[in-house]
Design a protein around this ligand. Structure first.
Ligand SMILES: [Zn+2]
Ligand SMILES: [Zn+2]
Length: 340
């Protein structure tokens, strides 16, 4: 599997959740949950453009102040995407400080709250003292949180006694140019190949024309080729990577159905495994998953790899056993072909 994502869980099994995903092609990063981020260097924090917050329980949002302190002088914006309620939470946090000597800073924070069929947005910008500015109207929402040429992020809403988002980060297909074939057709390498890749990523029709221009023996040559022909002749397509991030959800038929609709064939299935199977009732009463429930979900999703996080600190002395229990459930369910 070729992948451009560089993903890692910021903390150990018991730490407050945060999954850092670097996008090396543009010196940028995404963050899934804003738990404890004090282990991330300022350089890494400064690359974060978008934070996908599953919900605003303190262990998933405690890192906001630390991040704000580091980003304050940064020229670009920060976007937070979350279930309903985060605009109020961000406003409350920002109101906790005085902002009278920060006119030279330009940091702007945009918060998008996801409802079942629409998105509500508000902005807080430093030059305006981080006063809340509600964006009028609602944008329609169909599960797609962010869609760019190289990746997309989708979500589903889970029941954690409050709405909690689970996320899928999907890389666009890798487009590799077959140089031998290119040469056989007498086509040069050049910037037009980027135009071609952009056209394919954007799903432009096969008859869309790509201009190929080059110089030969001092003569300028130019031809137009249809995207469809070039794609089949010189482009080799390999699938991109899919990461899913699932946390803080009760084991219920509805949650299982929603998780599987999001997570099918994930390359890495990051999932909370808060409680051992023997404490299933405790997990249920706290709207969390057990090790075995998480492992079976990963197997049912046909995940290639399963990674657990967010174990309850109560089990700090037996973390390895909980991980083994989760992994055994994953392996067993996968070889038995069981659904969860
Ligand atoms: Zn929670
Ligand atoms: Zn939690």
């Amino acid at each position: 599997m070729v992948s451009s994502f560089r993903a890692h869980l910021v903390n150990d099994l018991f730490g407050d959740p945060a999954l850092y995903v670097a996008l090396p092609w543009e010196r940028r990063a995404l963050l899934f949950d804003l738990g404890d981020v004090s282990r991330l260097s300022a350089g890494r924090l400064l690359k974060i453009s978008d934070i996908f917050v599953s919900h605003a329980h303190v262990d998933h949002f405690i890192g906001f102040d630390h991040l704000l302190r580091v980003l304050l002088g940064r020229p670009n914006g920060l976007r937070l995407l979350s279930p309903p309620g985060l605009i109020d939470h961000v406003e409350g946090k920002l109101r906790g400080y005085a902002w009278n000597l920060v006119d030279q800073y330009s940091l702007s924070i945009e918060v998008r709250e996801v409802f079942p069929d629409h998105v509500r947005t508000a902005r807080f910008s430093c030059p305006h003292g981080f006063r809340r500015e509600d964006v009028p109207g609602h944008a329609p929402f169909d599960g797609m949180l962010l869609q760019e040429s190289q990746f997309q992020v989708r979500c589903v809403m889970l029941d954690h006694r409050i709405p909690c988002l689970a996320f899928a980060l999907e890389e666009s297909a890798h487009l590799n140019i077959d140089k031998v074939r290119l040469e056989a057709l007498g086509l040069p390498v050049g910037p037009w190949l980027m135009d071609l890749k952009r056209a394919i990523h954007a799903g432009l029709p096969d008859d869309h024309s790509i201009r190929v221009a080059w110089s030969r023996d001092g003569q300028r040559e130019e031809r137009h080729w249809p995207v469809g022909t070039l794609r089949s002749e010189v482009v080799r397509i390999s699938p991109g990577q899919k990461l899913v991030y699932i946390t803080d959800a009760v084991d219920s038929p509805d949650n299982r159905r929603r998780i599987l609709s999001l997570a099918r064939r994930a390359d890495v299935f990051y999932c909370e495994a808060g409680y051992p199977e023997r404490d299933m009732e405790r997990a249920r009463s706290r709207y969390h998953l057990t090790t075995v429930q998480a492992g079976r979900l990963a197997a049912a999703a046909e995940a290639r790899r399963f990674a657990v996080f967010h174990l309850s600190p109560k089990y700090r002395d037996c973390g390895a056993a909980l991980v083994s229990e989760a992994m055994a459930a994953f392996s067993e369910a996968r070889s038995a072909g069981h659904s969860p």
